[in-house]
Design a protein around this ligand. Structure first.
Ligand code: V47
Ligand code: SF4
Length: 371
């Protein structure tokens, strides 16, 4: 495979810098942040696709991973005011919602017919909720569905909950594990660079806090995901700095399961006038993430956000994981302008998607074991 890729590239690429970087990638030599900048600025999309695909195959063979999951969004009331957020509301707003624990359990019962293996819980940072309340949610879900994997709470939610409980991060995780937390999603990362954060999410947890919480999760045996919110006011340097900080932490802990680039969607938020980047930029972002994050096993396209058609395309640009069936259980992304108003992906659709890319779909559990 390596020789075949080399041959294609040498007939196609005249530029020696591109060939030098390609040679590193094909020989599993880590690329630098300068190399990543070169890839963003100067290398053709087709070449990025070939290289990202090479890395994907070497890590995941012919497999496309998915799981059977659904989301619980306990509330859209949030103390923070991120400018890109289309979902959060303040207490008293007409379209604010909070789910009671009974509402949550009713939804869990409803989803049982789809045989989910994972529940993903994220929402706003509600000023009246505390760690004990979230503990109650997890415990009751586990009583209703004992085998389900609970992937819950972003580092931003946990930062607030741990501080409110006056617990260190390590003690906070010990408590969450005793409630039944199994892993954490990757939200809240946005862009780590302070100069961007201060414009788009000034009042919430810092990048350093996000990284510390994930590091402590890993140390306590709680695997996590990582995200980036790209395609707004950041530049390539900010994206590369973000990827680099994640690569450094992963070297230290090996606790990240997947990296999920989240494309900024413009509907109904305070940054709408910026608009959205096009599909070429999406393909570049996913491909370079796949190449740069040589210590991450999985690159996930979160289809409710990027759309089903684009997810199909991304399978040829470094993506091996397409998240889950979701079963119409999330509002966050349709509120931000995502294509699917009722996000459901059937197993049949997933299998067709994989076959059309010459791949095989495999159901996985939350830790990437074949189900
Ligand atoms: O941190 C908010 C993003 C994230 C918008 O770990 C937006 O498996 C685009 O992290 N346009 C939360 N994105 C969701 C998240 C996630 C989703 C799916 C799977 C996993 C996982 C994690 O949603 C936020 C923020 O970056 N977001 N508003 C918007 N307008
Ligand atoms: Fe709150 Fe999260 Fe929305 Fe920020 S992105 S306002 S933290 S719900």
């Amino acid at each position: 495979m390596k020789q075949a890729v080399k041959k294609v590239l040498s007939g196609f690429v005249g530029n020696s810098k591109t060939l030098e970087i390609a040679d590193k990638i094909l020989n599993s030599i880590r690329i630098t942040t300068d190399d990543a900048m070169y890839l963003f600025q100067h290398v053709e999309l087709a070449v990025l696709g070939i290289l990202a695909d090479y890395v994907r195959v070497s890590k995941n063979g012919n497999n496309v991973w998915y799981n059977r999951n659904f989301h619980i969004e306990p509330t859209n009331i949030c103390i923070y005011s991120c400018k890109f957020c289309s979902y959060s509301r303040k207490q008293g707003d007409a379209d604010a919602w909070t789910l009671s624990i009974d509402d949550i359990i009713t939804e869990v019962e409803k989803q049982k017919k789809n045989s989910p293996t994972e529940v993903h819980i994220v929402g706003g940072v509600h000023p009246l909720y505390d760690l004990e309340y979230y503990g109650k949610i997890i415990r009751q879900i586990k009583q209703t569905t004992p085998d389900i994997h609970v992937k819950a709470f972003t580092a931003v939610e946990l930062d607030y909950l741990f501080k409110k409980a006056k617990l260190s991060i390590a003690d906070g995780f010990r408590k969450l594990k005793s409630f039944g937390l199994d892993s954490m999603p990757g939200g809240g990362a946005e862009i780590f660079a302070t100069e961007i954060r201060k414009h788009i999410c000034n009042d919430k947890s810092t990048a350093e806090m996000w990284l510390s919480i994930h590091e402590e999760a890993h140390k306590n045996g709680v695997p996590t995901n990582a995200t980036i919110l790209y395609g707004h006011i950041e530049n390539y340097e900010h994206r590369i700095d973000h990827l680099n900080r994640l690569r450094i932490l992963q070297d230290k802990t090996s606790g990240f399961n997947a990296f999920i680039p989240l494309k900024y969607r413009k509907a109904n938020n305070l940054m709408s006038k910026i608009g959205e980047v096009n599909i070429v930029e999406d393909l570049k972002m996913f491909a370079i993430s796949r190449i740069f994050l040589d210590n991450f096993d999985h690159i996930k396209a979160y289809w409710p956000m990027i759309g089903k058609k684009n997810t199909e395309l991304l399978l040829s640009f470094g993506v091996d994981d397409i998240d889950g069936t979701i079963h119409d259980s999330t509002k966050i992304y349709s509120m931000a302008g995502a294509n699917d108003r009722k996000p459901i992906l059937t197993i049949g659709e997933i299998e067709k998607m994989a076959v059309q890319s010459g791949r095989v779909a495999h159901e996985r559990d939350s830790l990437y074991n074949v189900v």
